[in-house]
Design a protein around this ligand. Sequence first.
Ligand code: G6P
Length: 610
Amino acid sequence: MCGIVGYVGARNAVPIVLEGLKRLEYRGYDSAGVALLTAERITVVKRVGNIKKLEEALRSGTPAATIGMGHTRWATHGEPDEPNAHPHLDCRGDIALVHNGVIENYAVLKRRLLDSGHIFRSETDTEVIVHLIEEFHQGHTSLEDAVRRALTQVKGTYGVAVVCRQEPDKLVVARNGSPIAIGVGDGEHIVASDASAIVAHTRKVLYLEDGEMAVVTADSVRTTTLAKVPVEKFIQELTLDLQDIERGEFEHFMLKEIHEQPETIRNAMRGRLLRPEEDVKLGGLEHVKEQLLRAKRFIFLGCGTSWHAALVGEYLLEQIAGVQAEVEYASEFRYRNPIVGKGDVVFAISQSGETADTLAALREAKSRGATALGIVNVVGSTIARESDGGVYIHAGPEIGVASTKAFTSQLTVLALITMMLARARGVAKDKLSLLLHELEDLPEKVEEVLLASDRIRGIAEEFKSAQNFLYLGRGANFPVALEGALKLKEISYIHAEGYPAAEMKHGPIALIDENMPVVVIAPKDSIYEKVVSNIQEVRARKGRLIIIANEDDQAIANLAEHVIRVPRTYGYFGPILNVIPLQLLAYHIAVARGANVDQPRNLAKSVTVE
Ligand code: G6P
């Protein structure tokens, strides 16, 4: 969701905060603002729109400040306008605050604060926090204590940073459910909601846990719990590289990330395939292997693209390892009083490791006694820290809001987990050996698929004005149909639906006419003939077919306007290849429509609110 950056040190805070905000813009981008603290006052500048607008506003002259903070917003309460943009000020303009998260009891608090004379200038839930701090920051109370007391009154999630005119040497930060990292530099500190805003300055970082706060000056960080108990923090080394979070030669992050997939899939496997044992070693699952082997049931939880990966995981686990698997939307699971407990293994799948619903679902499963594991990209994220174990997908930072490389890496890791279980459950070594070779060949095959990009751009040009799209697939390619449709609607705003191909005749077939593009995933697998029948049904109604088919499938060329070729692989690994043309199709259509690919309207990269 929103992004926070703060600076305290000897340098001018403005360029550092702005640069940090640009790195975080993918997390929220409907408005942005900064607060700069000088001895005399706090200067706040806000703009609706992206960081460039804010940068232009700041060019026209701002005080040089060595302490400051900024925020890029993804609106929850109140539309994206200047009053609602952060930072928010108290009544006197002495305290400024930026906030990520949602304050659930804000309406009650606001009523009370209004009754005692506070003046609100926004419709946000956030503003109550700064007025509460103001209430407590009377007399001799320090900013730290005022923040502490205010936060004990709020219910909900927050990552906050606060500055105060009377204490111009410090930033106070606190966390509950929304990440805060503190970068430790030489005589300076950079606080941020995401390490990508820190890495340009230092690799040394410490993370706050829920219920912790810190007082940050140029040369010290003092961490305590909200109950004032001192906490000793360990500095961690960031493994992130600056080039990982830059676009390089690519026009958009999404395109860069699509093209990174041969490498990211390789990285997901690196060091994990054991030869000649024909086995898989996953360090983060070693200590729970017993539970994994004894488990009667696996439950995959996730949201968005990660939920689609989970659906493929269900096929992998059931078909190859022969264990029962279920998939649930994290948001549904957590509120449905799920029957889950000891003996169950739950995998929370999340690129960011911060999605509020996925985290809450993981906690729910854990509290009921299940073995709670994570399949996560962001190292050190909350889900990674709170799970009993898990597997990193090692896809590197994913900046484009529409997830691409994380999806194929999630599938790769799900395949690895499946192989490990299959081997331990006695699936023949020969069979696994073949599958492991198939897996190893995938990066090269992905490279081949990527060569189709220019052709797909041509197809995109032809279909860019379509108003609807239907995506069809069967078996493990049904989730791929869902993912293809999701990619298209996320970034091009064309309505798209993914459907199991056989289900088409129970509804969507009514929509098919000569204007309806229908994308069908039709690899030469055991249900190929069935898919071809579905293709015929579309043809009979003059639907405009785009088919994803294997290279050696000549016959299919007679059935469709457009055929995009992918190499053959083992059926249940097919989704890793078949999704790539769909990512490219969505990308090129969005570009052809002039959409903002990396920052689609209304969406956010990491959804830390319910
Ligand atoms: C948001 C993003 C999606 C992502 C989903 C789950 O909606 O825009 O791309 O798939 O959250 O995120 P996670 O980080 O948990 O995988």
